[in-house]
Design a protein around this ligand. Sequence first.
Ligand SMILES: Nc1ncnc2c1ncn2[C@@H]1O[C@H](COP(=O)(O)OP(=O)(O)OP(=O)(O)O)[C@@H](O)[C@H]1O
Length: 344
Amino acid sequence: MSDDPSVAIVRPTPESDAELAFEGALRPKSLAEFVGQAKVRAQLQLLLEAARIQNRTPDHILLAGPPGLGKTTLAMIVAQESGRPLRMSSGPAIQHAGDLAAVLSSLVPGEILFIDEIHRMARSAEEMLYLAMEDFRIDIMVGKGAGATSIPLDLAPFTLVGATTRSGMLPNPLRDRFGFTAHLEFYSEPELEQVLSRAALLLDLPIDRAALAEIAGRCRGTPRIANRLLRRVRDYALVHGDEAGLGAVQAALELYDVDQLGLDRLDRAVMEIILTRFDGGPVGLNTLAVSVGEEAETIESVVEPFLVRIGLITRTPRGRVATRLAWRHFGLSQSNGALFGDDL
Ligand SMILES: Nc1ncnc2c1ncn2[C@@H]1O[C@H](COP(=O)(O)OP(=O)(O)OP(=O)(O)O)[C@@H](O)[C@H]1O
């Protein structure tokens, strides 16, 4: 992956530890503060309220959706709103059933256990989780081979909040044990303006409506990217002694190569290959990856989903094909092989 910072700026995963700290400061702390996802908020509210009335732990919750849409934030809010302690873990940290047993057996009654990227947990741990979620019990294997015995261990009642960017990778028995699955959607531009206006207030950054709208249109429907772009605009205004107005947004985002649709250099390089070198496609994934000097995995999981979502390409069995909108957006017509932009 390129280490050019302008290439990473519109990626939906966290850039660095500094960004995680920055995000922490901007995280909404209650359902009322959480912008957008109105349906999911109402569903969660009902679920938490019902558990409160019956004085029991809330049902297990699965939060599914692309990175940066607020899954971790919602898990924290569930703990906050239900007045319960929160334990945080992640799929990659649970590589053996023993790792999970250690976490589960140390939970206090009513604790919320958040497992991020739950689809990356070890298979043996998944099987242990089935019983834990259903009966608040696990079986611990002691010894090996013919002499091995299993010792049942009762657990404190808990609520599991799992987050996944790949819900299709979860085995059905695990998915079925969640009482509620929330599917997070990309945010609309007015919602992103609200996210940004709240963040600007917390950062003590005076910014006008036109500037907010401009950032909202370029952040790929994702609050994490919105906040990141806002940070760059803040830097720009600070360094140039400027107001954070429309001019500062346009100049800062031009500097970081984020165009009006939120495309960055890698996205544009992919589009250029399809449009000008392959006359609109179809182009196979590996050819595309080699042509832009990136890994096929990055193209498939990071670049393509957004290009497909905004209608610039379609995936066909023979490869990726540019749409009419793509030809129009880049001001090209088929077979003209025109130049794409002077930075490519
Ligand atoms: N609905 C929202 N309202 C306001 N801010 C939000 C909202 N959703 C996310 N954010 C902001 O975006 C940042 C990223 O959100 P979060 O870490 O919850 O995403 P995520 O879906 O858990 O991402 P990942 O899949 O990478 O773990 C947070 O710091 C938060 O400030």
